[in-house]
Design a protein around this ligand. Structure first.
Ligand code: DSN
Length: 482
């Protein structure tokens, strides 16, 4: 089918769907229209967001949403799951092929679910496995209450080493207030204070001293690639399981931008991801594993999860099928190239970047050099139609709420067709806003971390310049909701 045919089909599908929704709750139909208008009219630079294709979006809106299907393919706790089996098997097959993984589990609803499944799988595999072997028990059902009590003591004494939140790690990598920081004894590794880069020798030294069961690699706000072969060497030396959370850069792995030592799949025991960031699928999670860990990952339900979201698994299958096409590789390479253009454009206009640049899909601007907190910068940029999120920088003096950083990424606008020139211009617009924003003061006259003043006329000028670029690269071209 040609692109105009598809666009016109998509247009009528959504027009009709919104009429059906409006017949019950018109305000939801209106909010849905407005969300499209807002996304169309702004520079979406949130590094973890993207625009899924109409095929992926439409797949989520079906009666698969109505079906319960706890269990695994061919082994369900509910009757009538034959079509869900088709969907889940296809999602897993596409995922295995896409990433060259031995095993894929498409049920997690989100990244945190995927990470919880992975943690409990590692615990089950590493703690229950040898214990069962020693006890000469055939499976977990043979364990007595006394066995479980002893297992619980072992489970409660396990260690996890992950990247700290302010260095760019994720809160599920052992951050104290998150369950990962409570279920494990955790320690964190950071980045080099001078360069902002990962120091593998320092990670190895910490691992030797701490001897974790789980070494977590991966990030949400680290603008560089990771050498997963080195991380595996560290894990092997201390007998840890290497778990990689590739949620942010899964699209760059799928698109073969990250290969060799930068591809986590051949090096990690377990890889987790979300499916909606650079991978451009529906909102959800997934676990990839070696065969060795597959039986314990398969116990994600009932261990951690309830009923799978079959409609979302169907959309994952569609998105993975899209990502197996050659054009996805071209897209992924453009995401990385565009991040270079964005970083280069910011640096050449005097912005300070954590690590001095990027070689993945994201850039972390240290806005303290503009005299602003992340919160002030985020708000001023939003006033000018530039959607970003504030983020801590390493050893952030402003903490995790106000922060000193702005995290931006290229996956979404690359999907719209932005290239080098547009990202350079985007850098120009960001710097224009930041230079023209002044921190405010509190009622007591002290410096405020939240209030700010953007100079008159700047927001409109930036919005006009953005509109020129956005109009040339329409979101969902041909989709008309009028
Ligand atoms: N919220 C995601 C992000 O923005 O990176 C991570 O969970």
């Amino acid at each position: 089918m040609t692109a105009p045919d598809l666009a016109s089909l998509t247009s009528s599908a959504y027009q009709q769907a919104l009429e059906v929704i409006a017949s019950v709750e018109p305000r939801i139909a209106e909010a849905t229209r407005q969300e499209l208008a807002d996304q169309r009219g702004s520079l979406k630079l949130i590094a973890s967001e993207n625009y899924a294709s109409p095929a992926v979006l439409l797949t989520m809106g079906t009666w698969f949403s109505d079906k319960y299907a706890e269990g695994t393919v061919g082994h369900r706790f509910y009757a009538g799951c034959q079509n869900v089996d088709t969907v889940e098997a296809l999602a897993a097959e596409h995922a295995r092929e896409l990433f060259g993984a031995e095993y894929a589990y498409a049920q997690p609803h989100s990244g945190i679910d995927a990470n919880l499944v992975a943690f409990w799988s590692i615990l089950a595999h590493r703690v229950e496995g040898p214990w069962l072997a020693n006890a000469e028990k055939k499976n977990v059902n043979d364990l007595t209450e006394a066995d479980w009590e002893s297992l619980r003591r072992e489970l409660g004494n396990q260690r996890l080493l992950g990247m700290s939140l302010d260095a760019g790690g994720h809160l599920t990598h052992g951050f104290r207030p998150n369950i990962s920081g409570k279920m494990f004894h955790q320690q964190q590794y950071g980045t080099d204070p001078e360069t902002g880069l990962l120091d593998y020798d320092a990670v190895a030294a910490k691992a030797r001293e701490f001897k974790p069961l789980v070494l977590v690699a991966g990030y949400s706000a680290y603008p560089r690639r990771v050498n997963f072969a080195k991380m595996r060497e560290i894990a092997d030396e201390v007998g840890a399981t290497l778990m990689v959370d590739m949620a942010h850069f899964a699209g760059l792995v799928a698109g073969k931008v990250f290969t060799g030592d930068e591809d986590p799949v051949p090096h990690a025991h377990i890889v987790t991801t979300t499916t909606h960031k650079s991978l451009r699928g529906p909102r959800g999670g997934m676990v990839l594993a070696t065969e060795e860990y597959a039986p314990s990952v398969d116990r994600g339900c009932p261990m951690v999860l309830g009923g799978p979201l079959s409609h979302v698994m169907a959309a994952k299958a569609v998105a993975f099928a899209e990502a197996r096409r050659p054009e996805f590789g071209t897209y992924a390479q453009a995401v990385a190239d565009n991040a270079q253009s964005l970083a280069g454009g910011l640096l050449s206009r005097g912005a300070k970047l954590v690590t001095g640049g990027t070689d993945n899909h994201l850039v972390l601007i240290d806005v303290s050099s503009f005299g602003l907190t992340g919160r002030q910068a985020e708000s001023a940029l939003l006033d000018a139609g530039i959607v970003t999120n504030r983020n801590s920088v390493p050893a952030d003096p402003n903490g995790a709420w106000y922060t000193s950083g702005i995290r931006i990424g290229t996956p979404a606008l690359t999907t719209r067709g932005f290239g080098h020139d547009e990202f350079d211009r985007t850098a120009d617009l960001i710097v224009e806003v930041l230079r023209n924003t002044e921190p405010g003061t509190t009622k007591a006259g002290t410096p405020s971390q939240a209030s700010y003043r953007l100079a008159d006329g700047v927001a409109d000028k930036v919005k006009d310049a953005s509109a020129e670029m956005l109009d040339k690269h329409p979101l969902y071209p041909g989709l008309d909701l009028a």
